[in-house]
Ligand binder design. Structure first.
Ligand code: FES
Length: 104
């Protein structure tokens, strides 16, 4: 599928948790210290939408609002239970004032 434009650069600010849907895929886009991360948006434990979770900008994690597993945004790995499986992560880039996510 390739690079998909997910938003204009100016609509994504540091600390945002942005939702993007691509067909059935639910993606979470975040920005911390001007670096953009994209992961799957639905927790791997049970059904919770991580866009309503909590971002830790120092640890670069998002914490699930339901049972509080924190996922590393760089590799998707949960830092604590009950979640055991990692979130899928996606490459991102900024180009022509837009944000893109690489979807395979
Ligand atoms: S649903 Fe996310 S930790 Fe349980």
């Amino acid at each position: 599928m390739g690079w998909i434009k997910v938003c204009d650069e100016k609509t994504l600010n540091n600390g945002d948790l942005l939702e993007y849907d691509h067909g059935e895929m639910k993606i979470l886009i975040t920005k911390i210290k001007d670096k953009i991360f994209a992961t799957d948006r639905i927790c791997t434990h049970a059904y919770a939408d991580l866009s309503t979770g909590f971002l830790n900008e120092e640890e670069k994690t998002v914490t699930c609002p339901l049972h509080m597993s924190a996922f590393n945004l760089e590799n998707g790995v949960p830092q604590n239970g009950p979640a055991e499986l990692p979130l899928k992560t996606y490459n991102t880039k900024e180009e022509d004032k837009s944000v893109y996510v690489l979807i395979n």
